[in-house]
Design a protein around this ligand. Structure first.
Ligand code: NAD
Ligand code: UDP
Ligand code: UDP
Length: 343
C-alpha cells in the first residue's frame, strides 16, 4: 500500500503545473460558474497558478472536463457538476459568474434555458454572494448594445436591442443580469463587478460553436469555402483570451462598480477577417457569401477608456499572434478527432 501511495503522489506531483504558494491570509476561495468553458478554463488556470482555491460549477452544456482536466485531483481545485439554475450553498470570497452559452447557435438552441441561466442562475449567484458577503463579477456582453446606433460603443450607451428577435434570449438575459446586479448592490449591499465582454477568441474555443473565428479557421484548415454571412461589411473587434482574463482579474480587484467594456478596439470587417485567416493558413480556400443572418449587429467596437482609466488595462496581444495560437490549437484538435474516429 505504501508503494502505491508513493506512486500516486509521484504521478500527481509530475502532473500539475507549479502553483504559487500563498499563505492563508492571501489565499481566496473563488467560485467560477461556467469554469469548464472556453473563457472560464483560462481563468481557472490563472487563479490556480496564483495559488488560490478554485471551485468550478458547470453543467457541461458547452464546456467540457478536458478544458480543466490538468487540475483534477489538485488540492486547491474542485470541479462540481451543477446547473446554476438550481440553488447552491457554498462558502466563497469571490464569484466569477460566467455560466451561459455564448455563441449564437448555442444560445439559440434552447432560448428558454438561456434565459433561465442568465436570470434565475444570476439571482442564485447574487443570493449566494449576499449570504456569504462575496464579491461577484458578472460576465455581461457587448450584445447588451444590440445592433448599435452609436460607434464605438461606450458604457453610457443604452443599446438597441430587439426584445423579441432570435438573439433576445441572450441579449435581454444579460441585460436583466446587469439589472439584477445593481438591484442587489443598491438594495442588499452586494459588491458587484460587471464586465461587458466583446468578441473573444483563443485555444479551447468550442470547435463547432458556429462563431466566425472557429468557422473560418476550420474551413481554411480543411480547404473548404470560407462562409461570409451577408455582404461581409459588418465589423467586429476581436480580443485574445489572455487579455480578457487580465481584464477580468483586474476588474475583480478594483473598486469600480459600474459596467466596464473589456475588448480589443482593433476593428475589422468580416470580409477582411476572412482574408486574414485564409492568408495565415495558406490561402487555398475560396471565400463565398451566403445569406445574411437576422438581426446581425452591423458594427461593433469597444470604447475602452474606462478600462484604461480605472483598471489600467488595455489589450496586449496582436490579432495575428492570437490567431496563430488558435490555429495551432484547432489543427491539433482536428488531428485528435480524426484519430479518435479511426479508433
Ligand atoms: P462557453 O460556452 O465556452 O462557456 C460557458 C460555460 O457555462 C460552459 O462550460 C457551459 O457548460 C456552462 N454553462 C452554461 N449553462 C450553464 C448552467 N445553466 N449551469 C452551469 N453551467 C452552465 O462560453 P465562453 O465563451 O467561455 O463564455 C463565458 C462567458 O463570457 C459567458 O457568460 C458569455 O456570455 C460571456 N461572453 C463571452 C464572449 C466570447 O466572445 N467568448 C463574449 C461576450 C461575453
Ligand atoms: N441562493 C443560493 N445560495 C445561497 C443563497 C441563496 O443558491 O447561498 C439562492 C436562493 O435559491 C434564492 C436566491 O439565491 O432563491 C436569491 O437569494 P435571496 O436571498 O435574494 O432571496 P430569497 O432567498 O430571500 O428568496
Ligand atoms: N459570420 C460569418 N460567417 C460565419 C460565422 C459568422 O460571416 O461562418 C459573421 C456573423 O454573421 C457576424 C460575425 O461573423 O456578423 C460574428 O459572428 P459570431 O457568431 O462569431 O459572433 P457575434 O455575432 O455574437 O458577434
Amino acid at each position: 500500500l505504501h508503494q502505491l501511495e508513493i506512486a500516486v503522489e509521484n504521478r500527481i506531483a509530475k502532473k500539475f503545473p507549479t502553483v504559487k504558494f500563498l499563505n492563508y491570509k492571501n489565499r481566496r476561495r473563488i467560485l467560477i460558474t461556467g469554469g469548464a468553458g472556453f473563457v472560464g478554463s483560462h481563468l481557472v488556470d490563472r487563479l490556480m497558478l496564483e495559488g488560490h482555491e478554485v471551485i468550478v460549477l458547470d453543467n457541461y452544456f458547452t464546456g467540457r472536463k478536458r478544458n480543466v482536466e490538468h487540475w483534477l485531483g489538485h488540492q486547491n481545485f474542485e470541479l462540481v457538476h451543477h446547473d446554476i439554475v438550481r440553488p447552491v450553498y457554498l462558502e466563497v470570497d469571490e464569484i466569477y459568474h460566467l455560466a451561459s452559452p455564448a455563441s449564437p447557435p448555442h444560445y439559440m438552441h434552447n432560448p428558454v434555458k438561456t434565459l433561465k441561466t442568465n436570470t434565475i442562475g444570476t439571482i442564485n449567484m447574487l443570493g449566494l454572494a449576499k449570504r456569504v458577503g462575496a464579491k461577484v463579477l458578472i460576465a455581461s456582453t457587448s450584445e447588451v448594445y444590440g445592433d448599435p446606433k452609436v460607434h464605438p460603443q461606450s458604457e453610457t450607451y443604452w443599446g438597441h436591442v430587439n426584445p423579441i428577435g432570435p438573439r433576445a434570449c441572450y441579449d435581454e438575459g444579460k441585460r436583466v443580469a446587469e439589472t439584477l446586479s445593481y438591484a442587489y448592490m443598491h438594495q442588499e449591499g452586494v459588491e458587484v463587478r460587471v464586465a461587458r465582454i466583446f468578441n473573444t477568441f483563443g485555444p479551447r474555443m468550442h470547435m463547432n460553436d458556429g462563431r466566425v473565428v472557429s468557422n473560418f479557421i476550420l474551413q481554411a484548415l480543411q480547404n473548404d469555402s470560407i462562409t461570409i454571412y451577408g455582404n461581409g461589411e459588418q465589423t467586429r473587434s476581436f480580443q485574445y483570451v489572455s487579455d480578457l482574463v487580465d481584464g477580468l482579474v483586474a476588474l475583480m480587484a478594483s473598486n469600480y462598480t459600474q459596467p466596464i467594456n473589456i475588448g480589443n478596439p482593433e476593428e475589422h470587417t468580416i470580409e477582411e477577417f476572412a482574408v486574414i485567416i485564409n492568408d495565415l493558413i495558406g490561402g487555398k480556400s475560396k471565400i463565398i457569401k451566403l445569406a445574411a443572418v437576422e438581426d446581425d449587429p452591423q458594427r461593433r467596437k469597444p470604447d475602452i477608456h474606462r478600462a484604461k482609466i480605472y483598471l489600467n488595462w488595455e489589450p496586449k496581444v496582436l490579432l495575428t499572434d492570437g490567431l496563430k495560437k488558435t490555429i495551432a490549437y484547432f489543427a491539433k484538435e482536428l488531428k485528435r478527432t480524426k484519430h479518435s474516429q479511426k479508433d
